[in-house]
Structure formats: structure tokens, C-alpha cells
Design a protein around this ligand. Structure first.
Ligand code: UQ1
Length: 462
């Protein structure tokens, strides 16, 4: 496997935070530093404007990678019919970063060399997209060349806007600070060492208002930390007043989780375990040992000794500024078919899409087969028939050795795989689900899902 640990990662983050003045520039620097290496060292030249493909996919992340291989497995495409545009040298199993934060995995083991994951029949453009022209059926790359398509799948994920919280890039890049986040390859390595060192004081775990990927992850980080400190003897859930460590969960949301069934259980755990709940608290600034939250129309300042931050996220600029975006900037697709509401040859899945469900890798297991089936049907002159029900899942680590496996559809309606099979209620955190999360999902993802052969709750497909 190619090197997955850029030695200059944190240095790049540091220099990005030093040299960039606007939050927009910061974000793009943070997002693309690995890309610069990719384009200068290992990549073939970018195609000329004459290139065109049956299907162009933007993004080689979970959605793009899975959909590209599922399309190939239909047997209806040959060499270079399908093209992926992605500037990244590496593909990450991001659901594993919560485990990295808990000291259970090494981030390098969840990182794959992107080009080597691709079937040789797929054409790779190792470049970023600068604009979309859906009326001309073409995409313009950052080097100015254009790529044409019959169908376009827009799946570049969601952009992490570190700079949207004042002082955050600097605090994350500072090795001495106790500010960390599991939401990035560059930063997730700092989390566990920060937690392990922490023996006394106020810990705050944040979750922003607004859209994030994997909305359960902010508290997964907290539950593992709590359990670590409990085992180390510095946190006693039964007597928080006497504990050296105090824990608060500061969330921009009014509740612990968006689905009432699971939220009730998580709220029960929060109270039982002595975690202070700061609801409606949206972190806007990190200033030394002060965290500044927007609360209602005003601001509230909290002192901290350890801060785990979840940055703000939003759609990529090239989507927001294009004709395929909805008013929020996400790709405006039908929530059942995944087909664009206006451009019939544009499709989207995953974090970049407007699909009104929780943004997770598990959701892709259900979205990808629907998109692939419908795209192929439309290509063959038929009406799209397959319908996505909003399935998504959040395997929520509530302590070392236990996971609450939340699974639900649109509207937060529970759809529990093992409830159907074994008649159990998945509201209870279980050891078996912990092994699914820690061992089985990373394995099945790397060996089958990215190759288009895993259908989530449906098991192996293709
Ligand atoms: C899943 O298929 C999957 O992909 C590998 C995950 O990892 C990201 C998941 O978290 C979940 C929940 C699924 C769904 C599969 C089952 C068997 C519930």
C-alpha cells in the first residue's frame, strides 16, 4: 500500500492556519494539501477536452467508489465507459476515525491508495472539479480541461469548514493544545493521546448546529473518552462532584440525537453517567482555554481543559454555485430515485446529495443499488423504478465493548436489521454490535463494499 501517513500532515495544517487569512482559503488548503502531492508525483496527465464518457462520477469516496463498481458489475460498461474524477491520493474508511479517537485502530490501517482501489476498466481523472455545466453535459476541471458525459453522478462528499469556527485551525494545529477532532485524517491521530493524558479538569465535546456527516460521531468520541477516564479512575459517573474530570456535551441541537427512539436512550445514558447537557450551544470560537458558543441570539463562554470539536460542514463550492444545487447548496435530487429534479441525466448520492437522511457510509449501501438500477434503466430508455427509503445507520459506541445500532429510514422511522431477524430491540447497546462496528464493517467495506459487492443489511450482492 502506498504511504498513508504524510509526514508533513500536521505541518501542512499548521502552515495552512498560519498563512491563510480567510476561512474559505483555509478550508481549501486543509482539503487539498494531499492532492498537491498526488498530482505532482504519481498521476497521469489530465485528459484533454475531447474526452467523454458514458458515465462520469465526481468523487472516489464511499459513494463514488461503490457506485462506479456497481455500475461496472452490471456488465453494461466496458473500458473507459466510466470515469471517476477525484484529486485525492488516498481513500479513507472514515467511519473508523471514531475508533482511532478511542485508541482502537490506527488511522493508517483505514487508509487506502485511491488509484489502486479502482478496477482497471475505470478511467481516473486525478483532478478537482472547478465547475459543472449540466446544460452542456460537461464538467470543467481545475486545470481548465472539460470532460463530457451522458450521465453524471455527483458524489464528492461534504466540505469541512475548519475556519468557520474562529481560532479552530490554529488550536488543532498546535501540538500542545488539548483541542482535537476525529473529523479529519490529519487531526484524528491527536485525539487519543490528548484523551489519555487528560487526568483532571473540564472536558467539553461539541456538535455544531447544521448538517454534519455521521451525526452520532460527536458523542461516540465522548462516550469512549468517558469510559477511558472511568477505567483510569479519574471519572466516576456515580459521583461526578468528587471526580477529577468533569464532562459536558455541548450541541447545537435541542436533543442528543435526531431520532426520538434512540435519543431517549442516549439522554438516559447522559443523565445516568453524569454528563452535563448543553443543548442549543453552537461553538463559534476557540480562544485559549475559552470556548464561545452561540446560544439563541447571544453568546456564552465556557472554560475548558480539553475540547473535542466537530467542525462545521457544508456543500462544496462548485456544487453550491452550479445549476444542480438546491437552496442549501446540495445536489437537488428526488428522494426516492436519487435522480436530479431538473436534469434527468444527473444523479447524486452520499453526503453531497439533498437526500433528507443522515449522512453515513451505511446509507450508501442502500442508495447505491437504487441509483445504479435507475441510471441504467434511464440509459436504456425506461422509467426509473427503484426507490430509496432513506435507510441509514449509526453504530453508536456507548462504551468500550458496546454499540447501540441505530438504523432508520426517512422521518426517523426505525428499520432494525436484527430486530427483523432475531426479534431484538436495538435500543439496547450490545457487544455483538460493537464487533460489527470495530471488526466486521471495516473488513467488509475494504474487501467488498468498495468493489460494489456489499448491500448492507441485504448482505453480499452482485
Ligand atoms: C453497513 O453495511 C456498513 O458498511 C460496511 C456500515 O459501515 C459503515 C454500517 O455502519 C452499517 C450499519 C451497515 C449496515 C449493515 C448491517 C448488517 C446492519
Amino acid at each position: 500500500m502506498a504511504r498513508c501517513l504524510p509526514p508533513s500532515a500536521l505541518a501542512a495544517l499548521r502552515s495552512a492556519s498560519r498563512s491563510a487569512s480567510s476561512s474559505r482559503t483555509r478550508t481549501s488548503l486543509l482539503r487539498t494539501f494531499a492532492t498537491a502531492t498526488a498530482t505532482t508525483t504519481t498521476t497521469p496527465p489530465v485528459a484533454t477536452p475531447s474526452h467523454s464518457h458514458k458515465v462520469v462520477l465526481i468523487g472516489g469516496g464511499t459513494a463514488g467508489m461503490t457506485i462506479a463498481h456497481q455500475l461496472l458489475l452490471t456488465g453494461k460498461f466496458t473500458q473507459d465507459d466510466l470515469a471517476i474524477i477525484d484529486p485525492s491520493e488516498h481513500h479513507h474508511y472514515q467511519p473508523g476515525w471514531t475508533l482511532v479517537g478511542g485508541g482502537l485502530k490506527r488511522r493508517e490501517d483505514l487508509c487506502h491508495h485511491l488509484p489502486s482501489l479502482l478496477d482497471p476498466k475505470l478511467k481516473l481523472y486525478p483532478a478537482s472539479v472547478s465547475s459543472l455545466s449540466p446544460s452542456n453535459n460537461s464538467v470543467t476541471l481545475s486545470n481548465g480541461s472539460t470532460v463530457g458525459y451522458e450521465h453524471l453522478v455527483v458524489a464528492p462528499g461534504i466540505s469541512i469548514n475548519y475556519g468557520a469556527i474562529k481560532g479552530l485551525p490554529e488550536a488543532l494545529a498546535d501540538r500542545e493544545s488539548s483541542v482535537s477532532t476525529i473529523y479529519g485524517y490529519e487531526t484524528c491521530g491527536k485525539v487519543f493521546s490528548t484523551l489519555e493524558r487528560f487526568q483532571k479538569g473540564q472536558a467539553i465535546f461539541t456538535q455544531p448546529a447544521g448538517v454534519v456527516k455521521c451525526a452520532g460521531a460527536p458523542q461516540k468520541a465522548m462516550w469512549l473518552a468517558l469510559d477511558l477516564w472511568r477505567r483510569q479512575g479519574v471519572y466516576n459517573p456515580a459521583d461526578v462532584k468528587a471526580s477529577p474530570v468533569k464532562i459536558a456535551f455541548a450541541t447545537g441541537l435541542p436533543v442528543m440525537f435526531g431520532v426520538p427512539k434512540y435519543s431517549a436512550k442516549l439522554e438516559e445514558l447522559r443523565k445516568e453517567r453524569g454528563v452535563e447537557g448543553l443543548f442549543g450551544h453552537d461553538l463559534v470560537e476557540v480562544n485559549g482555554d475559552k470556548a464561545v458558543f452561540k446560544v439563541g441570539e447571544g453568546t456564552v463562554e465556557k472554560r475548558f481543559d480539553l475540547l473535542h470539536v466537530v467542525p462545521k460542514m457544508g456543500p462544496h463550492g462548485f456544487i453550491k454555485e452550479s445549476e444542480v444545487a438546491d437552496t442549501a447548496g446540495f445536489v437537488d435530487v428526488d428522494q426516492g430515485t436519487t435522480r436530479h429534479k431538473k436534469f434527468g441525466n444527473v444523479w447524486s448520492a452520499g453526503d453531497a446529495s439533498s437526500l433528507p437522511t443522515s449522512k453515513t457510509a451505511a446509507a450508501i449501501t442502500a442508495q447505491a443499488p437504487v441509483l445504479v438500477r435507475n441510471l441504467v434503466d434511464v440509459m436504456e430508455g425506461k422509467e426509473p423504478q427503484a426507490v430509496y427509503d432513506g435507510y441509514t445507520s449509526c453504530p453508536l459506541t456507548t462504551e468500550y465493548g458496546k454499540v447501540l445500532l441505530a438504523e432508520f429510514t426517512y422521518g426517523g422511522v426505525p428499520k432494525e436489521t436484527f430486530g427483523d431477524w432475531f426479534g431484538i430491540d436495538q435500543i439496547e447497546p450490545r457487544r455483538a454490535f460493537y464487533h460489527l462496528k470495530k471488526d466486521f464493517f471495516p473488513w467488509v467495506y475494504a474487501n467488498y463494499m468498495v468493489k460494489g459487492a456489499w448491500g448492507g443489511p441485504k448482505g453480499w450482492i452482485n
